[in-house]
Design a binder for this molecule. Sequence first.
Ligand SMILES: Nc1ncnc2c1ncn2[C@@H]1O[C@H](COP(=O)(O)OP(=O)(O)OP(=O)(O)O)[C@@H](O)[C@H]1O
Ligand SMILES: [Mg+2]
Length: 274
Amino acid sequence: MNIMTEKTLEQAVSSQMSAQSNEIIKMRGDNVTVHYGEKQALFDVNLDIRQNQVTALIGPSGCGKSTFLRCLNRMNDTIDSAKVGGKITLDSEDIYDPKIDVVELRARVGMVFQKPNPFPKSIYENVAYGPRIHGLAKNKADMDRVVESSLQKAAIWNEVKDRLNEPGTGLSGGQQQRLCIARAIAVSPEVILMDEPCSALDPIATAKVEELIDELRQNYTIVIVTHSMQQAARVSQRTAMFHLGYLVEEGATDKMFTNPDDKRTQDYITGRFG
Ligand SMILES: Nc1ncnc2c1ncn2[C@@H]1O[C@H](COP(=O)(O)OP(=O)(O)OP(=O)(O)O)[C@@H](O)[C@H]1O
Ligand SMILES: [Mg+2]
């Protein structure tokens, strides 16, 4: 006899749901090109970013990883010489359409940088800043809740709950990076972009941030640039390999690290160049 308990039914439904959500294309790059003045940095990149997955962008220095990442929330708009071509969608909507509000786009597609960059303000204010400018909290109690839950989700609440009024810049590097992740989370993004978020962190802080990335995947779609093959293998489900401005190949991380189709990927992951 096969009696399905409530719990297993719940688990079955939720794993089915996540299987489906993993197949949803959250963002899509369609023939993306980027020029910096005369110099072309990206050539016809076609890449899908799947919902609730971590996609790692790998490849040797200068191959265009950060350039592609910055296309996804129009951070390249801030570089005068940069010209982006092709099409990039978020939930099938063209993010370069003139009717798109870039401030709102960057709330939906948040970013965490290589070097932790908390504002020179209190820990509380670092997290409250975004919700305040986006009008996401009705009153102080509401804001307190947003701040607490963002710090909880970034796995740093316990370390800072008794010092919320102290400057964010007084935290350790790893704590600052988790504070920056809390700041990104506070405006309820759908996608979080991370450009080498652990490169300034020690191994223990790195392990904490990696663990956090894995948890965040439940609620967000994540794109991470990393130079660490171990990190890509540990945190991502999909990996995209770039070389000299081209997307060499993209696939399930397991396959990319055990049996890639392209020799350049093989050479890169085995440390033969880059
Ligand atoms: N602001 C800029 N102005 C001019 N050229 C740029 C600019 N940013 C990047 N580039 C050039 O575009 C190419 C891709 O750079 P990008 O920073 O995207 O590479 P990357 O893969 O992130 O490298 P790294 O691993 O070193 O961070 C490089 O040739 C770089 O010199
Ligand atoms: Mg880079």
